[in-house]
Design a protein around this ligand. Sequence first.
Ligand SMILES: Cc1cc2nc3c(=O)[nH]c(=O)nc-3n(C[C@H](O)[C@H](O)[C@H](O)COP(=O)(O)OP(=O)(O)OC[C@H]3O[C@@H](n4cnc5c(N)ncnc54)[C@H](O)[C@@H]3O)c2cc1C
Length: 314
Amino acid sequence: MLDRFNPCEGRVTVPTREINEGIMDNYAYAAPSSVAETVALLADHASAGRQTQILAGGTDVLVQMRAPGHTPRTIVDIKALAETNRFEISAAGIYIGSAVPSAVINENAQLQEILPGLLEAADLIGSTQIQGRATICGNLCNASPAGDSIPAMIAAGAVCEIATHSGSRDLPVEEFVVGVGRNALAAGEFLLGLKLPMPASNTKDAYLRFTPRTEMDIAVAGVGVSLTVEGKQCVNARVAIGAVAPTARLVPAAAQALIGTELDAQALQMAGEACKAAASPISDKRGTVEYRKKVVAVLCRRAVAIAQQRVQGG
Ligand SMILES: Cc1cc2nc3c(=O)[nH]c(=O)nc-3n(C[C@H](O)[C@H](O)[C@H](O)COP(=O)(O)OP(=O)(O)OC[C@H]3O[C@@H](n4cnc5c(N)ncnc54)[C@H](O)[C@@H]3O)c2cc1C
C-alpha cells in the first residue's frame, strides 16, 4: 500500500483496503474540492515521482485497473468540482464540464436539437448504464483511436479547456489526442471541460460508425460531419474520421470537396475519397486496411447526407 500522501488540506485519501480488498490494493484515492487543489495535488505527486490518474465516470479506469501492468497510483476523483460539473447552453456557446455524465447531455432536449451528431456519438458509448457514469471528456482523454465522441467533437469545433498550474489553456480537440492512449496534457494538468460554438440554425452535424455488432462494440470506422448550408449550397463544413488512424483526424480536403457545392453525388464521392486518403488504418480482427478505407468513405457520404437532411429537411 502507498503511504498516505496528503499535500493538500481537505483531500480525502483512502487506503485501498478500505475500499475494496484485493482489486485496489496499493492504490490511493483523492477527491479534491477545488481546481487549485486538484492541480496542486497532481503537481505534488508528479514532483514526488508518484503516479496519478484522473477518475471521471471510471468506465475506462475501472477496467484498466484490472489489467496487467496497471501500477499503483493515486486515483484523483474530479466529480466534486463545481467547474467540472458545469453544463451550460447559451447564445455565447456550449460548455460541457468534464464530470458531466453522457446521460445528462444525451437527455437534454436543446442539445438534441442543436448538436444531434455529437449526441448520437455519445449515445453509442456502451449502454444506458455506462452512459449514466461515462463522460465524453473521459472518452477524449482516454485517447482510444476508436473513441466514438472524438470525431463528432472535432466536427462540431469543440475546444478543450485545460486546467494548468497558472490557470487554464485552450486546445482544439483535433490537437488534444497525440497518439494511441496519449493526450496533450502535461504533468499537473487535467481537462476541465469542452467549449463548443453555438451552431447557427442552418448548421447541423451527424456521426456514423460501423461496428460488426449493432451494440456494445468498438468502431471499425467512424465519421463526424458538420455542415452549414445556405439555400442549397454548402458554405461551411468540417469532417473528421475515427478508428482509421492512431488518432481521430480532421480532414480539411473532405470539407473542401463539399464547400461551394449543392452536396450532389459527385461532391459526396470526392469527400468520401478524401476521407479514404486521410485514413491510415491497421488490419486487425475487425477489418483490414482496405476494408476500413472503403467503409470510411461510405460513412462520410452517408453522414454528409444525414447532416444535409437535418438542415434542409427542417
Ligand atoms: C461496456 C463498455 C462499453 C463501452 N463502449 C464504448 C463505445 O461504444 N465507444 C467508446 O468510444 N467507448 C466505449 N467504452 C469506453 C468508455 O465507456 C468511454 O471511453 C467513456 O466515455 C469514458 O468516460 P469516463 O468518464 O468513464 O472516463 P474514465 O474511465 O473516468 O477516464 C478515462 C481516461 O481518461 C482520463 N480522464 C478522464 N477524465 C479526465 C480529465 N477530466 N482530465 C484528464 N484525464 C481524464 C482517466 O484518467 C482515464 O485515463 C465502453 C466501456 C465499457 C465498459
